[in-house]
Each structure stands twice: as C-alpha cells, then as structure tokens.
Design a binder for this molecule. Structure first.
Ligand SMILES: Nc1ncnc2c1ncn2[C@@H]1O[C@H](COP(=O)(O)OP(=O)(O)O)[C@@H](O)[C@H]1O
Ligand SMILES: [Mg+2]
Length: 359
C-alpha cells in the first residue's frame, strides 16, 4: 500500500496543508523545527490511532486552536481507503474510515499499515524490555485485530488483578478467577508473540547480514513462559501465578505473564542488549524494522516505512545499503539535506517543508 495524500488542518504547526506522496522514496526535507517529524507523526496517527511521540492528543492541536483535522488517503491493490481523524481540546478523538465513524480503535488496525523508525527507536535493543514488548505489540496489532483485542483484554484483567493485590487484604480465593482469565488470555498472547518472533527472527538475520555485508550473524530469542501449545503455556502460567502468589500479594503487583516478556538479540553467543556496541545495537534495530516491513509485506500489502532522521545516525555504507533495500515499497524519510551519493538511482520524490508549509 502507499499513502497518496494527507491533509492537515491545525495539526501541530500546519494550519492548512495538503501533501501528496508518491509510491517510491519520498524525502521530506527542511531545517530543524520546520515540521518534518510532525508530518510523519500525522501519517503514523492515521495508522495506529496515536502519536509515536506523545500519549496526549491535545498536544497535536495547533496552539490556541480548538480542533485539528487530519485526512489521509491510502492506495492499495484493490482500491483506496480514507482515514479521517478529528482531535478536539474538549472531547475524545473521533476517527472515521471511508466516511464511517468507528467506535473502537481496533477497527483502524491494518487500514494504513506503517513501520516507524527514528533515533529513539534505535534504542529498542538496549533500552527497557517494555520498549521491545511495545515493538511486538504495535507490529502484531497492525497485523491482527484479534491480537489487538486480546491485548486490551489482558491489560484490563491485569489491572483488575493488580488493583485487588494493592488493596491489601485479599480474600482466600478471590484471586483465582483473575488468575484463570489472565492465564487464558495471556497464553494466547504468548503463543502469538512466539510465532511472530520465530518468523521475524530469520528475516531480521537476513536484513542484518545484508546491512553488515555478512560480517555478523544476528538471531532473536523470545523470552517468556515456556510451552509450545496454548494449553501448555496456560498450564505453566497458572503454576507460576500460584507459586508467585505470596510475593504478588506482598508487593501488590503481578510478577509473571506476557507483560514481563522480552526479546534477546544475539550475535553469536553475545547478548547485545547489554554487551553490544552502540553501532551493533543500532544496526540490529534497523534490521528488525526492515524485517517487520518484509513480514507484513509477504502476508499481503507492503506497509509504508516511515524513517525519521535516521540517515544521519548511520555510517555511509549502511545508508547506501538501506537506500538500496527500501526501493521496493513506499518510504517517507525526513532529513535536513539529501546526500546524492547514497542514492543508487534518481527516482525519488522531494517534499520541502518550511515553517509548517510545503514549499
Ligand atoms: N501544537 C503545536 N502547535 C503549533 N506548533 C507546534 C505544535 N507542536 C509543535 N509545534 C512546532 O513544530 C515545530 C517542530 O516540528 P518538527 O516536525 O518536530 O520539526 P522537524 O522539522 O525538526 O522534524 C516547532 O517549531 C514547534 O514549535
Ligand atoms: Mg524531526
């Protein structure tokens, strides 16, 4: 799929602007603080329903204005879809797909699929496990609405269980009902994530090997509760919950479950989460994102790759390899200038941004 057009009204520093993209590499070029990232943020918002930069929608509305409107058109092999979002200072955001308002954000998943990569995302390998879980969740939610609803349900059950634990005195078997539900939904999440990491792991290795010219071999390992089938995982999850119950009560917190999962990144036997160089960690996170594009693309439509300011973070060799790799699908890439030496052919689109306007 590719994003054809986006119109912004009072979104960040855009007062009223329409931007047209092409189905190839699109450079969004401009000096600092002109609105390049804001433009990517708007596309991303139409994809997953929230910003990658802030959980507070109100920040996205132009200062002193009441509401912002975003309208995006995406082209697919069977036709096109539109997503419209209205953000209002006073009320919750409203989202419509092809003119029909949606009541649950889950219905937006997969309409516009994107893979977002920025210098912040480059830390995915070295930062907290929660960042790596977020990666899995955003990828999987876009691929499957069932996963989106499973995850929302799991988080609700977990919140209820923790609330009960925090409340102090917990009646004899009051936790039992929560444990069963948690293990039931949690085991399905773990099973899905395990399958995902197993398939994306191989492709990440291939992308990594391409970026490093075969110098290093990267592999991924999913770290969670053991078990091949959902039933096995569920059984193991239940035993863990029982074993940890006293500690959970003491701390007012659930110590086991998919909310504690992690992904190990290994080069040989070395775990680069803690022992890798910054360069290794960055290249691994880029390989992971490129693999995400591939895995989604091979299942159906290629997603749109959004690259925010990442070229300047990579050495020339990696920049060239990256540019060569992304020729097969739409990419929107922000930068302060275009370095022509990294481009293998001249077929790209340039969008110049200045102070919230396209020039
Ligand atoms: N809600 C808002 N209303 C008006 N301007 C905003 C808002 N949020 C951010 N900005 C402006 O957007 C600019 C930053 O845009 P950004 O896209 O992050 O820049 P860059 O081109 O460096 O990526 C800054 O000038 C900032 O003041
Ligand atoms: Mg920026």
């Amino acid at each position: 799929m590719f994003v054809k057009q986006i119109s912004l009204v009072d979104f960040r520093n855009y007062v009223n602007e329409t931007v047209t993209f092409e189905d190839k590499v699109n450079f969004v070029v401009g000096s600092n603080a002109q609105g390049k990232t804001n433009l990517l943020e708007a596309v991303y918002l139409c994809s997953v329903g929230k910003s990658a930069r802030t959980p507070r929608d109100k920040e996205l509305i132009f200062h002193d204005k009441q509401r912002a409107k975003i309208k995006l058109t995406v082209s697919k092999s069977y036709g096109s879809d539109t997503v419209e979002i209205i953000l209002d200072k006073e009320c919750p955001k409203r989202v419509a797909v092809n003119g029909l308002p949606i009541s649950r954000i889950g219905e937006l998943m997969g309409v516009v699929s994107t893979v977002f990569f920025s210098p912040d995302e480059m830390r995915i390998v070295k930062e907290a496990p929660s960042d790596r879980r977020r990666f899995m969740d955003i990828a999987l939610c876009q691929m499957s609405r069932t996963y989106f609803y499973l995850l929302s349900r799991y988080n609700k059950i977990l919140m209820q269980r923790n609330k009960l634990l925090k409340g102090g005195f917990v009646e004899g078997d009051a936790l039992d009902v929560w444990d069963i539900q948690l293990a039931d939904v949690g085991s399905k999440i773990i099973k899905t994530r395990r399958g995902f990491i197993s398939s994306i792991g191989g492709i990440t290795g291939e992308c990594h090997s391409y970026l490093t010219d075969g110098e290093e071999t990267l592999s991924l390992e999913y770290e969670s509760i053991d078990g091949e089938t959902t039933d096995e995982i569920k059984k193991n999850f239940c035993s863990l919950l029982a074993a940890e119950r006293e500690r959970d009560k003491l701390r007012g917190y659930t110590h086991s479950g998919p909310h504690k999962d992690d992904i190990a990144f290994k080069i040989g036997d070395e775990d680069i989460r803690s022992f890798g160089s910054q360069g290794q960690q960055r290249t691994a996170s880029l390989a992971l994102k490129l693999a995400e594009v591939e895995i989604v693309g091979r299942r159906g439509e290629y997603p749109v790759l959004l690259l925010d300011d990442v070229l300047s973070e990579l050495d020339l060799k990696r920049q060239k390899r990256l540019m060569n790799k992304i020729r097969d699908y739409q990419t929107i890439i922000t930068c302060t200038h275009i370095d022509k030496t990294i481009l293998s052919d001249g077929d790209y689109n340039v969008i110049n941004v200045k102070n919230g306007s396209i020039v």
